[in-house]
Structures are given as structure tokens and as C-alpha cells.
Design a protein around this ligand. Sequence first.
Ligand SMILES: CC(C)(COP(=O)(O)OP(=O)(O)OC[C@H]1O[C@@H](n2cnc3c(N)ncnc32)[C@H](O)[C@@H]1OP(=O)(O)O)[C@@H](O)C(=O)NCCC(=O)NCCS
Length: 405
Amino acid sequence: MAWDVRPTTDLEEFVDAVGAISHYFGSERNLERAERFGKVLPRERMHAAFDGARIVGGAGAFPFQLTVPGGPIACAGVTVVGVLPTHRRRGVLTAMMRTQLDDVRNRGEPIAALWASEEMIYRRYGYGLASFVGEIELASGYSGLREGPDPSASSRLITLEEAKALIPPVYDRVRASTPGMFERTQPWWDLRNLDDPPDRRQGGGVKNALFLELGGKPAAYALYRLYPKFEQGSAAGHLEVIEAVADGPVATRELWRVLLDMDWKASVKAFLLPIDHPLQHQLSYPRRMRMRIGDGLWVRLVDVGAALSARAYCGEGPVVFEVEDSFLPENAGRWRLAGGTAERTEDDPDLALDVGELGSTYLGGFTFAELVRAGVVRELKEGGAARADAVFVTAAPKPWCPEIF
Ligand SMILES: CC(C)(COP(=O)(O)OP(=O)(O)OC[C@H]1O[C@@H](n2cnc3c(N)ncnc32)[C@H](O)[C@@H]1OP(=O)(O)O)[C@@H](O)C(=O)NCCC(=O)NCCS
């Protein structure tokens, strides 16, 4: 069956389209909440799938500026994707993905990115695993740092209201050079990061904001929550780091020192860390971080030529790719990347790969050599992966997206 998919045009449609995913979160229909959500997700970026007059699925796309190697570019931040249980496995998602990707391409956004609820879903639409995230649980007895405190560091607790002015500039400085981070608008900060509705605390205390300066200059911040608990007279609770962003190594170390040294807890937990987190080199007992790795951002090159030409490279090339793209066949074929520009070519290819694997390398999260070793990229000329990596690998940190959107 061909499903009718189109952007929502009013609040009623918007709330019903978002309602498909809200169903799985156990939330009730709420116009007021949908109106607030509309401040970060424009109505025309929310697609609805119709069965007759009824909305049975929805898929949104935030208009992001996402940092890639070299700086920020336009990116569709795919979000609130859902199909009602009455209509699943009948092609509704596939219809929505097609309409959404066409829309993204027409808007001139060369890439799309998302967090997947399940890793099985999005490869078929051309997304590739583009970054990892690490989660840690560090027991309090093993949270010492190799270096002593820096005398120029001073920290203070601030209110969430004060945080609205103080922390975005720090985030923006780190964002500028970290692939995977996206620009947050003021409504985004207000609604998503610096809001603290009691029904979202999940048994924890209030959201706290910690602000750190080095030599009197803003350098880092953390948002965290305490889960206090005592067992047989001893602290058994934990501190959960919601987000800790620091500009540079000393700021990172001193920010985490405050978090790790806090009293009345048995451990510190954090969930969305970059896997090359400097803390691994700063802690006396890095093994005790117990970092568990999972998939982070998935990236889709929506317009291969424009996307490859949009990021910065370390090497000149050329390197030639034979790209497969069954979902968006207009991307398929041979692409030559030289001097930072990608063009169609008849030259012999170095590598053959699916567009999803280009997504995996796009932010710098994975190398072509790794993907050849995994058997998901084929080397058609000897040394092709090494040549491609010499072009792609930059000095940027591993891609990191600190927030599930
Ligand atoms: C995941 C979800 C959106 C899929 O929607 P759907 O309309 O059932 O998907 P489609 O019918 O278009 O499926 C397309 C293909 O993907 C497969 N697929 C879809 N969801 C899948 C899943 N969770 N696991 C494995 N395969 C899946 C289907 O089997 C189908 O395969 P086929 O083409 O080989 O037959 C829907 O089940 C849902 O809303 N789930 C709960 C919310 C959720 O996880 N949303 C995603 C947020 S990131």
C-alpha cells in the first residue's frame, strides 16, 4: 500500500504525528507540550503518515547546524520517529523515510543524523554508524586524578536561570571543534537542557549546574543530578553527570575533580561520553571507569557530492569511490574526491562501499582501513584504504554528540 506522507500543517496534526512515538513513551496527548516542542521542531519539518484521515505515523527533522571536520554544516537531525502499533511492518516507516530524505535534499541539507532506538532500523535507509558513546560508572574509592588541583581553577554552583547566560558560550567554543555537536538555539537550551520538570527526574534530585573558571575565565560546566541513598550507615547512592563540557585539558580535569570528589555517593555515572575522553589519561585508575561502548550518532549522506565537498580534509587526494545507494539511487556511482571537492568520474575506483559506510567515516569516527578489515568496504586498488584515510583523517577529536535528540 502507498501511504500518504506529508508535512503537518497545524497543531492538531503536529500533536498526532508526534503522538505515534509518544505512544511508546506512555505519554498522553498533550497540546500544550506539543506547542512547546514546536519551538524547536518547526511544523513543516514534522512529517505525518495518513491512513485515510487518521495519522498513524510521524517523523521529524530538526534543522541543525552540525559540526563536521572543518566546522558546522546544515544537517537534518532526525527525531520522534514512530509508527502506531496498529500499523507497524506495513511500510509506513519506509514511506516516511523516503519523503523525509527527499525533503532534506530539496532543502539543501547534505547530511542527516539520528540516534537509533534499535540499531537494526536505519541501515536500510542509508545511515551508517558514525560515532560511539561511552558510559561509565566510577566507584568513589578509585576516582583520584594523577595531577593535583590547578590553583587557577575555581568553581561555583549556579541556578539553571543563571546557566542560560553562562554556559552556552562554553558549549559553543567546544562545539566549534568537535564533530558531532550541534548548535543549540535559546529555546533549545530553555526547553531541553536547562528545564527540570519534576516528572523527568526519575527518582533523582534536582538538576544542578556547576560552572568552572580558569584564571577567572569561563572554561567548563556540568549539569548533574544526585541520587542519595544510605545502606547500613554508608553512602550507597550515585551522582549522575547529565552533561560535562570543558574547553581544554585543565578545564576537563578540574571539572571532573569537583564531580568525582563530591561527598555522599558510592559512584559517579555518566552515559554519553566521547570514547576518547581525556579522563582516561587523567585518572589514577582508568580501568575503574568501566567504560561500556554503544552506538552514538548515525549519519546519512543525503547528497553525496555536496556532503563530501562540505567537510574539511587532511590530504588532497585524489581518491575514487564506487558508491552503492539502493534507497537514494541518485547518489550511486563513481565519485572522485580531490582538493576537498567531490565530482562524478569515470576513473577507476580505489574503494567500493555502501553509502552507509561513507556515513561511518564522515565525522571521523571510523577509518576506511577499519571498515576494510571488517569486510564492509572493498579495496579495489591496493592501498586504496590507506589513500582514503590519508585524505579523511584529521586532528579533530572523535565525534561526540552529548545529547540524544
Ligand atoms: C521502528 C518503527 C518506526 C518501524 O516502523 P514500521 O512502519 O513498522 O517499519 P516498516 O514497515 O516500514 O519496515 C521497514 C523494514 O524495516 C524492518 N524493521 C522495522 N523496524 C524494525 C526493528 N525495530 N527491528 C528490525 N527490523 C525492523 C521491517 O521488518 C521492514 O523490513 P523489510 O523491508 O525487509 O520487510 C516502529 O516499529 C515503531 O514505531 N517502533 C517503536 C518506536 C521506535 O523505535 N521508533 C524509532 C525511533 S529511533
